[in-house]
Design a protein around this ligand. Structure first.
Ligand code: 6MZ
Length: 368
């Protein structure tokens, strides 16, 4: 097995994936053409935005504005959720924390709640793999499941089927108001029974002030939701400092950290979601060989490799592991341990963590 095949076959944990950034290229093109034919958009005007390979951070956000025009109706949200889950499961992601920004669109009768319901419908509609997304109720927790957690048997023909755990994070976009952010947090609380476990702060990092969302983020935390923040995607020393003081359960990116931030981060042990391709493509790191992954990895700081926007950056989680292996000289055992450690940073409950530990333990035996 070559190294790419090995990265593909290894069980993996994805903790930083934006739904609308993870859409298949083929789906984006299909939706663009369909809207072009209906005269809603002019295909030739948007073609260059879609097909561009290297995008600055500003250009990435232009692309998101376009993607949102294509996707923001209930059926499409359901469809892309299904496809994204299928794609991650196909590359042996065994636990996916999928994040998305609930959107209101009065003209088509979409509320933030109905948007999230369309996402949940997408999770339910996956048929090619088993999706575990609803946390067990107190009554069902004691039920004994005799099958290994990563696979279940197809009742009809006895084939072994893949299983993926999926949990949801609701994102607050940095363009929103304090009230809109609070609405998202309240919605997350109402939707906990459908696998919503936390809140993410994302959006164009040069927009707005993160303190606008502090009341909503504090409320989320008081109510037992987990919080992850995009932190240091652009230089903003004060914001990075204050975000670390808030002590979220995880942060994403950490590109423009200064010495003092690194010290604070390392003593805090806050896990970092590392998105190699995204950072290189958006030029938030100079090049892969100076990526902060190396320093954090050597310092044994908690970290997890993630895709960010697998569609927008034409990547997948297996590729991100392969890039880490090739760029930083990680061997198979080290990659496996990196993947296995991510179990400890997930936002799902201990039962899921235990199931995932079992999957990795059984694979570890195979490797020896
Ligand atoms: C910050 C990002 C991002 O929520 O519509 N998003 N925010 N930095 C990034 N780095 C490249 N990539 C994606 O997915 C798309 C939204 O996720 C956030 C942005 O708010 C973007 O509009 P959803 O599913």
């Amino acid at each position: 097995m070559d190294s790419a095949e090995w990265c593909l076959s290894m069980p993996k944990i994805e903790l930083h994936a934006h739904l609308n950034g993870s859409i298949r290229d083929s789906t984006v093109l299909e939706l663009t053409k369909a809207l072009g034919e209906r005269g809603v958009i002019n295909f030739s005007d948007v073609e260059h935005v879609i097909l561009k390979y290297n995008r600055s951070l500003t250009e990435v956000f232009k692309l998101f504005d376009l993607i949102h025009i294509l996707t923001t109706d209930h059926n499409t949200v359901t469809r892309i959720t299904r496809e994204v889950v299928e794609d991650f499961a196909a590359e042996n992601v065994v636990y996916l924390e999928l994040r998305t920004t609930p959107k209101r669109n009065n003209s088509i009768g979409m509320s933030k709640r109905s948007y999230v319901e369309a996402v949940v419908k997408g999770l339910k509609s996956v048929t090619s793999v088993d999706v575990d997304f609803i946390p067990p109720s107190e009554d069902s927790k004691s039920l004994f499941n005799p099958l290994p957690p990563s696979v279940t048997h197809d009742k009809c023909n006895g084939h072994v089927r893949k299983k993926i755990f999926v949990r949801l994070l609701l994102s607050i976009d940095r363009r929103e108001t304090t009230e809109a952010a609070m609405e998202t947090v309240k919605l997350a609380l109402e939707m906990r029974q459908f696998g919503v476990v936390g809140i993410d702060l994302s959006g164009n990092p040069i927009t707005g002030e993160w303190t606008t969302y502090l009341p909503a983020l504090k409320f989320a935390r008081e109510q037992g939701l987990y919080v992850t923040l995009h932190c240091g995607e652009v230089p903003n020393s004060k914001e990075i400092h204050n975000m670390l003081d808030f002590h979220p359960q995880r942060i994403g990116h950490a590109c423009f950290f200064e010495d003092e931030h690194w010290r604070k981060l390392k003593s805090s042990k806050i896990p970092v979601e590392i998105c190699l391709t995204s950072n290189v493509r958006t030029m938030t790191v100079r090049s892969i060989d100076v990526h902060h992954f190396v320093d954090l990895y050597n310092a044994k700081h908690p970290l997890v490799l993630c895709t960010d926007d697998s569609g927008v950056f034409s990547t997948c989680l297996s590729k991100e592991y392969k890039i880490a292996a090739d760029s930083f000289g990680l061997g198979r055992r080290e990659m496996f341990e990196l993947s296995r450690k991510a179990v400890e940073y997930i936002f799902a409950d201990n039962k899921v963590k235990d199931d995932l530990r079992k999957i990795f333990n059984s694979m570890a035996k195979n490797m020896e």
